[in-house]
Design a protein around this ligand. Structure first.
Ligand code: SF4
Length: 70
């Protein structure tokens, strides 16, 4: 699976880091970034970790996407 973040849709609510601190962090302006890379997408296990799934579910603006690899 691919996890993609869309900082342009992020409203800096803070929920994703609350749910999945291992995955999500924020820029100084509060917009989402990954904890481990400046890229906006990364591979994640097909068996999606529960905390990542939770973050995906709670994001109010769908700024976190989980996509199947092509
Ligand atoms: S949950 Fe969504 S809107 Fe809130 S900080 Fe995370 S990416 Fe941004």
């Amino acid at each position: 699976m691919i996890c993609r973040i869309l900082p342009e849709k992020c409203i800096a609510c803070g929920l994703c880091q609350l749910k999945a601190p291992d995955y999500f962090d924020y820029y100084d302006n509060g917009l989402v970034k990954f904890s481990n890379t400046e890229k906006t997408e990364q591979l994640v296990a097909d068996n999606i970790p529960e905390e990542l799934l939770e973050a995906y579910r709670v994001c109010p603006t769908r700024a976190i996407l989980l996509l199947k690899e092509d």
